[in-house]
Design a protein around this ligand. Structure first.
Ligand code: UDP
Ligand code: MG
Length: 332
């Protein structure tokens, strides 16, 4: 019997969790008939609503369900990483709780990997129906840009909904960087991927957890994590300005020799100073971005912190007197 781990990052998903569970159970039944069992791993990313409580209830009823609860909101990237680390399956799939990733695709994805020899089956949406037009526009431009400036192949509309072999999961776990950009990491590790396409599906209930500003910051993360072109750009810009100023020096020297030196042109001077000053700050800003990321990486902080999970609870029941330290060590 093969085991398929289903990793579900959840942040305030009380409205959809049970709907999701019902849907995934339907798929699990289908898989049962081909000799594959499920492990459903809910990663509660510091939810403030009843998400954890619901996950615990499901665990009591269904031993296939497991849960991990973070000490605070660490972000979806951290939730995915924790899920990959704690999953035990021969195959692993990451899926959103809001049913925007149709569970009905699982069988096709599984067959691509288990039978057709792919290492992973990933999904991309071909439309962005139901999304604000301005968000779609920026997303498209962003993908165009990042594909130009990064060697990693970014796929437009790629979702995090992806099924992988244990081998690929282990490769991803080797990348222990603190600034995680899953879409890039999944491509960076390589392996043979089959892409499945579908039209955008709206969330069944609840709200998206991303504001425009958060998406913007996240996209910057992608650039700094997978490209150093902005740094080179800053250097090129500096070089270009040097050449330009050299050219203007020549022009001024020749003009002064030919026509004398009447004092004029302070407005243009002011503009030039402002322009150069702006560019300098901009370039320092770029440098700063990379430095900040380096700073965070060097601290080697944990990517997530577990507050509780079913493993901890079960040990507590089994060994009620065991010191809590060894219990938490066991779980992490
Ligand atoms: N999510 C998470 N932590 C966060 C934000 C989101 O675990 O800080 C989860 C969320 O519960 C959902 C998935 O990531 O299962 C995708 O989130 P959402 O639907 O809000 O994003 P969108 O589909 O709008 O990109
Ligand atoms: Mg969603």
């Amino acid at each position: 019997m093969k085991l398929l781990s289903v990793i579900v990052p959840c942040f305030n998903e009380e409205e959809v969790l049970l709907l999701f569970y019902n849907e995934i159970c339907k798929e699990a039944d289908k898989f049962e008939s081909i000799g594959v069992s499920f492990e459903i791993l809910f990663i509660d990313d510091g939810s403030k609503d009843r998400t954890l409580e619901l996950a615990k209830n499901l665990r009591e009823k269904d031993s296939r369900v497991r849960y991990i609860s973070f000490s605070r909101n660490f972000g979806k990237e951290s939730a995915i990483f924790a899920g990959l680390e704690k999953s035990m399956g021969d195959y692993v799939v990451m899926i959103d709780a809001d049913l925007q990733d149709p569970p009905s695709f699982l069988m096709e994805m599984y067959k691509a990997v288990a039978e057709d020899g792919y290492d992973s089956a990933a999904t991309r949406r071909t439309t962005r129906k139901g999304e604000p037009a301005i968000r779609s526009f920026f997303a498209r431009q962003y993908y165009k840009l990042i594909r130009k400036i990064s060697k990693t192949e970014f796929v437009d509309g790629a979702r995090d909904f992806r099924l992988m072999t244990r081998q690929m999961v282990d490769a991803i776990l080797e990348m222990r960087e603190y600034n995680r950009f899953t879409k890039g990491i999944n491509e960076w590790v390589g392996f043979k991927t089959k892409w499945l396409e579908y039209e955008n599906v709206q969330r069944v209930a609840g709200n998206t957890k991303w504001s425009f500003w958060q998406l913007f910051l996240y996209s910057m993360e992608g650039i700094t994590a997978f490209s150093t072109v902005p740094l080179a750009l800053a250097a090129l810009l500096g070089m270009f300005l040097c050449l330009m100023s050299f050219f203007f020096i020549c022009v001024i020297v020749i003009r002064t020799l030919a026509f004398g030196d009447p004092v004029s042109g302070w407005p243009s001077l002011a503009v030039i100073i402002l322009f150069i000053g702006g560019i300098q700050l901009f370039c320092i800003g770029i440098l700063g971005q990379y430095m900040a990321k380096t700073y965070l990486e060097t601290k080697k902080r944990p990517i997530y912190i577990i507050k509780e999970s079913e493993i901890v609870l079960e040990r507590l029941v089994k060994y009620p007197d065991s010191p809590s330290r060894s219990v938490s060590e066991e779980s992490s």
